[in-house]
Design a protein around this ligand. Structure first.
Ligand code: SF4
Length: 460
């Protein structure tokens, strides 16, 4: 029996696609040429999302697979989609038991050894925007605004000051991975020009109907400075289009006054990257964040954010299983699970939507440098137990009805750190239907994509 089959027996009430997502997300996929068919050319700024392997730098990837590089872009595996519109990011891992192979044109399946799993995967559809679009200064628009079909991401400052003080989060390697990317010719500016970015945003926004997106920087400066930059961006971006998009900010905890400034500028929601709720390990894993604000200060900031933005518009991101790493980490995944679930419940009972990423190292991060951490990763059972408990708490607090569906947009974001799948698939059957009351069919690319999959299967 395959591992997925075993997990299905253990979690009979959890939809098979959710089990596939967390198992594949958590354990990665061996590299192969078929992964290129699940890839898109990306103007990558840093390579931390390349893989689970601490030694797979951009430089090494280029030396071994030069066809994956062209001027200013790298061919990176994207989300693998399933028929429910649920997806998972395809991250390489040399020691993974899994491969993904094309089983007929445009249709893929995961394999455990030579055994094919009973699930079909599909590549991300090609993007809407034209890559040759440029600003009046000649900068490619995609260098300023990252677009995922109708959702956008803007990085005003690509820098984290914690690396200069040795207080970086222990699983991260943000600045050095940028240097690694630069060595392969993938240049990405540390800061972008706000006016040119607004122009780029406007170009995209008049080409297609933008729906939602977010701003994100590293922990780059004092939070007043960071907020001033973000307020300026939110304000200018919002007033550049004749319609409003759902704009969110991914940030460190900020004060109530700063939250109000952001809301007044037009921000719809906010996500604080707390990484772990664990009282004993918060400062151990995130020394810079703990210096920025004590753990109690972070918890107060969440409550302020709910006061300012309202229930369902504030999220917390945790890294699932990170509390198992390092000499002070938990020795069993069950302890790590209990710690995570405690945080999850605290957030939901305070009006905050908690989300979870799978643990991985950026190459060269402090945790990756200690070989003792190599086997301290949680199994899929950790994520599935957490998802089951999360679903119970979501129901208890009526949170599926309170959630702003754009906070973690069901069109794109659920392929990454998300744990609302159980209730969403129970209620709507697929993610396109879940989003259909807030995104009409003509703008609901996921609904069209799922329809095209169904039609091609019927035709075939
Ligand atoms: S704040 Fe932490 S996770 Fe974010 S870029 Fe800095 S070190 Fe990395």
């Amino acid at each position: 029996m395959t591992r997925i089959g075993e997990l299905q027996k253990m979690y009979p009430k959890v939809h098979r696609d959710i089990i596939v997502k967390w198992e594949m997300f958590n354990r990665g996929v061996q590299d192969s040429r078929d992964l290129d068919k699940l890839s898109l050319w990306k103007p990558a700024g840093h390579g931390s999302y390349l893989s689970y392997d601490e030694d797979l730098t951009m430089e090494r990837l280029k030396a071994e697979t030069p066809w994956r590089f062209k001027e200013g872009a790298v061919l990176l595996p994207q989300t693998a989609w399933m028929r429910t519109g649920l997806g998972f990011p395809v991250w390489r891992k040399a020691r993974s038991p899994y491969t993904i192979r094309e089983i007929r044109q445009g249709v893929f399946a995961p394999f455990e050894g030579e055994e094919m799993m009973d699930v079909e995967l599909f590549a991300s559809p090609k993007r809407d925007p034209r890559p040759e679009l440029r600003t009046s200064k000649g900068t490619p628009v995609q260098d300023l605004v990252e677009l995922k079909r109708r959702c956008y991401k803007i990085v005003p400052v690509r820098f984290c000051e914690y690396f200069t003080t040795g207080e970086e989060c222990k699983f991260c390697n943000f600045n050095p991975t940028q240097e690694d990317a630069r060595r392969t010719g993938l240049q990405r500016a540390v800061t972008i020009n706000p006016d040119e970015t607004v122009e780029a945003f406007k170009i995209y926004g008049s080409e297609i109907r933008l729906i939602e997106g977010f701003l994100e920087s590293g922990g780059f400066a004092k939070s007043e400075t960071e907020t001033s930059v973000n307020v300026k961006y939110v304000d200018k971006l919002n007033s550049s289009l004749p319609y409003k998009t759902h704009m969110k900010l991914v940030a460190e905890a900020v004060t109530r006054k700063e939250l109000q400034r952001l809301k007044d500028a037009g921000l719809s929601g906010i996500r604080f990257q707390m990484e772990t709720f664990d009282e004993r390990l918060f400062a151990v894993i995130n020394p810079g964040k703990a210096k920025h604000l004590s753990r109690d200060g972070w918890l107060e900031a969440f409550q302020d954010a709910v006061d300012v933005f309202g229930v369902g518009n504030v999220a917390a991101k945790f890294v699932g299983g990170v509390t198992m790493q390092g000499p002070k980490g938990y020795s069993t995944w069950q302890e790590a699970r209990d710690s995570h679930v405690e945080g999850d419940k605290w957030m939901l009972s305070h009006g905050v939507f908690p989300c979870m990423d799978a643990l991985r190292w950026a190459p060269g991060s402090p945790f990756s440098r200690d070989p003792a951490n190599r086997d301290k990763f949680p199994p899929a059972e950790f994520f599935l137990d957490c998802a089951v408990e999360h679903d119970k708490a979501m129901n208890e607090h009526g949170f599926y009805d309170k959630l702003n569906k754009f906070l973690y947009c069901g069109l794109c974001c659920q392929g990454r750190p998300y744990a609302g799948e159980i209730g969403i698939l129970e209620r709507a059957g697929d993610f396109a239907t879940w989003m259909s009351d807030v995104v009409p069919y003509e703008n609901n690319w996921l609904a069209k994509f799922l329809d095209s999959i169904r039609q091609s299967t019927t035709a075939g």
